[in-house]
Design a protein around this ligand. Structure first.
Ligand code: ATP
Ligand code: MG
Length: 223
């Protein structure tokens, strides 16, 4: 029996008077890669923002790694974000004053990893994404594809059980995008990390085990 890492039950979310998620139900197994596709405005980013604790919701339940997000206080939510989840966004969100090395190291510091383990792991991850030789560079001295590979290394630094990725290759050309996707798949497979990947691109969805379609704030039933 496979263990479920993420369960969303009848999730409803409003912006002001407008309901944009109308009762979302779905689940992701441990280590499973799921693509989330659907038209612009269908609620994909809103759903991811609820899952990552950036947005609150009005109705329904989210459980990540056995943890009920709706019941969590600020400290509990912060801990979950630090320990169990990794994030990758369209626009890298790297800290501009830190080097590639320091950006990747940060999540390890936040969970209290020892200095020796951090050094070993940052070095290993930067090598894995092909950026060992760029460790000392700040984000503004890296290409878009290189920045996103740093963001990838950072997202798995603290050994999360789930990665949430919102169009991670949306701002990259096709070559850099393919490289980032292959690395994302490899890191997920090597470390048994589940992945929820928002994308508009059917080719991108192919790195996943299955695809879930969203339309008008609902998950569409697959026939
Ligand atoms: N902060 C906000 N305030 C009010 N309405 C919002 C806000 N964010 C999103 N919406 C609305 O919620 C709906 C869902 O938006 P969302 O960004 O989740 O769509 P999406 O599926 O991610 O689209 P895209 O593929 O274009 O990124 C849209 O109608 C959008 O206008
Ligand atoms: Mg979006």
């Amino acid at each position: 029996m496979s263990k479920t890492i993420l369960t969303v039950t009848d999730l409803k979310k409003c912006y002001g008077p407008v309901e944009v998620l109308h009762g979302v139900d779905f689940a992701v197994d441990a280590g499973e890669r799921v693509a989330l596709m659907g038209p612009s405005g269908s609620g994909k980013s809103t759903l991811l923002n609820c899952l990552s604790g950036i947005e609150r919701w009005e109705h329904g339940q989210i459980r990540i790694d056995g943890f009920d997000l709706g019941q969590a206080d600020r400290g509990g939510l912060e801990r979950l974000r630090r320990e169990s989840i990794g994030y990758i966004f369209q626009a890298f969100h790297l800290l501009p004053t830190l080097s590639a090395y320091e950006n990747v190291e940060l999540p390890g510091q936040l969970i209290g990893m020892s200095a020796a383990e951090r050094r070993r792991r940052v070095t290993e991850l930067l090598e894995a994404v092909g950026l060992g030789h760029r460790a000392g560079h700040r984000p503004d001295a890296l290409s878009g594809g290189e920045r996103q590979r740093v963001a990838l290394a950072r997202a798995v630094m603290h050994r999360p059980r789930l990665i949430l990725a919102d169009e991670p290759t949306g701002s990259l050309d096709s070559v850099a995008g393919a490289q980032v996707l292959n690395l994302l798949k490899q890191l997920s497979a090597d470390h048994g990390i589940a992945l929820l990947l928002v994308t508009h691109d059917p080719a991108t969805a192919e790195i996943c085990d299955r695809t879930v379609h969203m339309r008008d704030g609902r998950i569409e039933e697959t026939p």
